[in-house]
Design a protein around this ligand. Structure first.
Ligand code: WTA
Length: 655
């Protein structure tokens, strides 16, 4: 489908400037300084990144070459430098901050722990030595399938410390998905736990591992098992070992393995719209730099901040903004094990209050769910410690943005809407909060050194405001993915093929407004073509959600003989799901509403109600599934990662 002239129908004119109180303490606190920084990056792209890499990273052996493009579109950064990321995240803080809390942990049941940098160092070294004792060495792949507990981060750093390549598989994935990822990576070891606690239930992780290993995974020699939930598990002799036994008696120090800057730090599997999951491969030096600069620029992290990113370590956000970024800058990161609604929808706000969280970073889907639960929950807690809010993962609709701003941020806190991807490694388009005014629903402008553009089908930059196109990145950046594990060709085809290797193609559609602000319109796959009008699904969704009775909406296209595509909306309303004539009445009202909000062209042809939308465990709406349902086709795809399988029947109109 051509992306030219994707019509933009969403207009949001409100602008929010950071408060004086926020600006007075922010590290970059005015637009002129910030523009100067961006201009410097533009003038000397390599020099800009080289300077930062030198000042922000402790190199064991300094690099002399910044960027190697000889294998483009495979790029290498800081190519002859040597470093260790666990050293940079832990050891280098020991002298000045050894007793500072590195990780604050809260379990779903309310148990808490605080781990200092010194303790973290010891735990990581002992577990690194345990890995070595089982023969794991530099370059070996290790799969981590853990609950959201500090040991997950310890395991990641222990791998990094000895140069092993970790691949974290989210604990909500099925045994089948785990098996596929282990086999694709050819992992030698698996690190897991007996179980984790989520939603008041034990998630039997070890049992899933046994099932996966029973089906294949011949490369796995050792399974390390952390005791967490206390559920019964089977241990296989000669293969399985308890974490506590493996670390017993291990030395409390472990010399870091100094690796080349390009040494793969991790693989993280991400699903595309088709085909098997892609093992996104990241580097060591460039990736580390991305997490550091964005912690400084976007999150404005400072010495006394308590930083809470709610993402699970199974996702890229949990890598960059839980396990690595906050530690790389010597910060304090909070980790929470459980669900946001245990015991009730006030849990996040209680945690913010109890641990005096100052920076809070979550996903729009969580914000909408908590908004739906009502203001009484956040209003019960003291949220005055919070100074900065963030969102990531999907476009945030202006209504949820305003709620976040007013009810959580009390109109005091800037909101950083951060656009990025597993592939980009760290934030790419996001406001620097003391310098860039925000607009609800826009991720604002690209960070320094990020050559982001919006281009038409022919690859020409679009200068007309509000005309949608492909989001691309014109120049390589240090924290970009290096390849797809074991499949260089797929890397080239997926990210570079569209425009003849000229740009990195993100797969999102986007428009720029008259002020140069970026508005993500959704994945390219999510663009509708209704009677020759190309509409971003997100804009129709936003209009629906603006109706007072609608809590959440997802819109997909269904082939239509006359219009090309008809609009099919799946809607969750506040309160009980409407049925029968009540549903018909509401459908008419919503169709008229959208017609009024956007125009008759965007009127949904079908609306179906459900108690919830089908989401992956990371909160992404499963659009491919919704498309299948909208077409009335049989579901053949894997829905094992679905939070609630019953809603599929509702969505199919059978319940
Ligand atoms: C979407 C998550 C709008 C986008 C870090 C992207 C967003 C995909 C935003 C990557 C945002 C992420 N506004 N859309 N602030 N952040 N996305 O790999 O479609 O899980 O391509 O990485 O999420 O998802 P991923």
């Amino acid at each position: 489908m051509t992306q030219e002239n994707i019509e933009s129908i969403l207009t949001e004119d409100r602008i929010f400037a950071p408060s004086e109180a926020f600006r007075s303490k922010a590290r970059i606190n005015n637009r002129a300084d910030y523009d100067a920084l961006r201009a410097r990056a533009e003038k000397d792209h390599e020099g800009f990144w080289a300077e930062l890499a030198k000042s922000e990273i402790d190199w064991h052996k300094p690099f002399t070459k910044t960027l190697d493009s000889s294998r483009a579109p495979h790029f290498s950064w800081f190519t002859d430098g040597e470093l260790n990321i666990s050293y940079n995240c832990i050891d280098r803080h020991l002298k000045d901050k050894g007793d500072k809390t590195a990780i604050i942990f809260e379990g779903e049941k309310g148990d808490t722990r605080r781990i200092t940098y010194k303790e973290l160092h010891k735990n990581v070294c002992q577990f690194a030595n345990a890995l070595k004792a089982k023969g794991i060495k530099k370059g070996d792949r290790v799969v981590i399938y853990m609950p959201m507990v500090p040991e997950a981060a310890v395991a990641m750093h222990a791998c990094a410390r000895i140069g092993a390549v970790h691949s974290v598989v989210f604990g909500g994935f099925s045994a089948e998905s785990l098996k596929d990822r282990i086999e694709d990576a050819g992992a030698r070891a698996l690190i897991t736990a007996d179980g984790g606690t989520r939603g008041g239930k034990v998630v039997p992780l070890k049992a899933a591992c046994d099932e996966a290993l029973g089906k294949g995974c011949k490369t796995i020699e050792t399974v390390f098992v952390l005791k967490r939930a206390g559920n019964d598990v089977a241990m296989k002799n000669g293969r399985d070992i308890w974490w506590s036994d493996a670390t017993k008696g291990q030395a409390e120090t472990c010399e870091p393995e100094w690796v080349n800057s390009e040494h793969p730090l991790f693989l993280l599997y991400t699903s595309g719209s088709t085909g098997k999951p892609k093992g996104i491969q990241h580097s060591t030096g460039g990736y580390l730099l991305g997490t550091i600069v964005t912690m400084n620029w976007v999150f404005d992290i400072q010495e006394n901040d308590i930083y809470w990113c709610t993402a699970d370590v199974g996702w890229i956000t949990g890598h960059s903004y839980v396990a690595y970024g906050p530690l790389a800058v010597g910060g304090t990161a909070l980790m929470y094990e459980g669900a946001p609604v245990i015991p009730d929808a006030g849990r996040f706000w209680k945690i913010c209050q109890d641990h005096k969280v100052t920076i809070f970073y979550t996903a729009p889907t969580a914000i909408r769910a908590l908004m739906k639960a009502g203001d009484d929950y956040p209003n019960k807690y003291d949220l005055s410690s919070i100074r900065l809010l963030g969102t990531v993962g999907e476009p945030i609709n202006p209504e949820a943005w305003i709620w976040y701003h007013e009810v959580i941020g009390k109109e005091r806190c800037p909101i950083v809407d951060t656009w990025w991807q597993t592939e980009t490694g760290a934030n790419v388009i996001a406001p620097v909060p003391g310098a860039v005014d925000t607009k609800p629903g826009s991720c604002t402008i690209p960070l320094p050194g990020m050559a982001v553009d919006v281009v038409d089908d022919a690859g020409n930059s679009i200068s007309t405001p509000d005309r949608g196109g492909y989001l691309v990145i014109r120049k390589p950046w240090p924290f970009m993915l290096r390849t797809i594990w074991g499949d260089d060709q797929r890397y080239i085809d997926t990210y570079w093929g569209k425009f003849n290797n000229r740009y990195y193609v993100a797969g999102d559609s986007c428009r720029r407004d008259k002020d140069g602000y970026f508005w993500i319109m959704g994945r390219i796959d999510d663009v509708l073509n209704v009677s020759g009008h190309r509409l971003g699904t997100m804009e129709v969704e936003s209009a629906l959600v603006a109706h007072e009775r609608v809590a959440e909406a997802a819109v997909v296209g269904r082939p239509d003989d006359i219009k090309g595509e008809a609009i099919f909306a799946f809607v969750v309303i506040r309160g009980p799901r409407p049925q029968g004539s009540e549903a018909d009445k509401l459908t008419k009202e919503l169709r008229d509403w959208v017609a009024k909000e956007i125009g008759p062209i965007a009127k949904p042809d079908d609306i179906r109600y459900a108690d919830n939308l089908p989401k992956t465990r990371s909160g992404k709406i499963m659009r491919r599934l919704l498309r299948t349902i909208a077409k009335g086709e049989e579901i053949t795809q894997d829905i094992s990662t679905l939070e609630n399988e019953d809603i599929v029947k509702q969505l199919q109109g059978e319940m």
